[in-house]
Design a protein around this ligand. Structure first.
Ligand SMILES: [Zn+2]
Length: 338
């Protein structure tokens, strides 16, 4: 690790199927600057990398960091699956990247010898919310993202749990209805198959919500539900129930204090959280499971970026992998970058 690594700013990145966000964080996690762009589809992997590169140059310029060695590291959340800790990513919702060596590219282009740490985007949300958000001061926290996909990450006893391959906490593929709809993972009845935004919109359209309008999204659905559209509200209720069932199982397994839910759909508010709580109350019957608190993320859209900062600035709690397996560019100790 470069000298003074714990005290410098962190370049932070959050990559999902809908948007790519980047910023620079103080060592304490506060974002000095951040910005986001839609994730381009119908482009190849190299073009998408150049988009990210442009975004990173933009945020570094904004805080006048010209030499990557001024950074204490680069933290990045990305949609899974990925080879972890190597940071070779194949995000389900970004088909242009298959076995894309994201950590290696970041290290070669922006690393300057500082640590580069890539983790699952939902795990970064969990880390961010535990470190600086709704789970602050709690020992056992699950962070979730409900968006194009459904993901999650686990903090138990104040430490991020990675699991054998870095995927622990991936609640999206916990089965809630064994006879339910097919899931993109190849299984059936997973939480994600029901509660992911596109699945919700498709279900609602089958039930008569804006049936002839292509390109309708969960955002449109939530807006209509808020206006009192019955089928749209029913779709959110269906998602809320599935989430409640999955969370009841998760807290029974992990004895959680707080579940913090982020991602676009979490902005639907009571229309999602009320049916969620109903299902949770119905299925979590033991005393220790009844105390779990389910809340929207406190950090909003910044949760993933703050969590990416935690991978570097609070690596003792949120990064267990050491530097092994992470490709790193040679240290720039003898050569000044041009
Ligand atoms: Zn699945």
């Amino acid at each position: 690790m470069a000298e003074g690594a714990d005290s410098g700013p962190v370049l932070v990145i959050d990559i999902g199927g809908t948007k790519m966000a980047a910023g620079v964080a103080e060592p304490g996690g506060r974002l000095i600057t951040w910005t986001q762009v839609p994730t381009a589809h119908d482009v190849d992997g190299e073009r998408l990398w150049r988009n990210l590169e442009d975004l990173l140059v933009q945020v570094l310029d904004a805080v006048k960091i010209a030499d990557p060695a001024e950074l204490s590291g680069i933290g990045c959340g990305c949609g899974g699956p990925m080879e972890w800790p190597a940071g070779i990513v194949s995000p389900l919702n970004i088909p242009a990247w298959r076995e894309f060596p994201l950590a290696g590219r970041l290290a070669a282009r922006f690393g300057g010898g500082v640590p580069v740490r890539v983790h699952n985007d939902a795990i970064c949300v969990a880390a961010g919310e535990h470190w600086r958000g709704a789970g602050r001061g709690k020992r056992n926290v699950m962070g979730m993202v409900v968006s194009t996909g459904v993901g999650g990450g686990l903090i138990l006893n104040n430490r991020l749990i990675d699991g054998a391959s870095g995927n622990a906490g991936h609640i999206g593929h916990v089965v809630v209805y064994p006879d339910g709809p097919a899931c993109v993972c190849g299984g059936r009845g997973c939480l994600e198959a029901i509660a992911r935004g596109p699945a919700l919109a498709a279900w609602a359209q089958q039930q008569g919500w804006r049936p002839d309008q292509p390109g309708m999204t969960a955002k449109d659905l939530a807006a209509d539900a808020a206006m009192g559209h019955k089928v749209a509200a029913g779709a959110l209720r269906r998602a809320g129930h599935a989430l409640g069932i999955a969370i009841a199982s998760a807290t029974s397994l992990c004895d959680l204090d707080v579940v913090a839910i982020g991602g676009g759909l979490s902005q639907a508010g009571a229309l999602l959280f009320e049916p969620l709580q109903e299902a949770l109350d119905r299925h979590a019957r033991l005393d220790f499971t009844r105390k779990v608190r389910v809340v929207p993320v406190a950090l909003g859209q910044q949760a993933g970026l703050v969590g990416a900062a935690a991978l570097i600035s609070a690596g003792d709690r949120y990064w267990t992998a050491g530097e092994s397996g992470v490709p790193s560019s040679p240290r720039a100790s003898t050569v000044s970058p041009a």
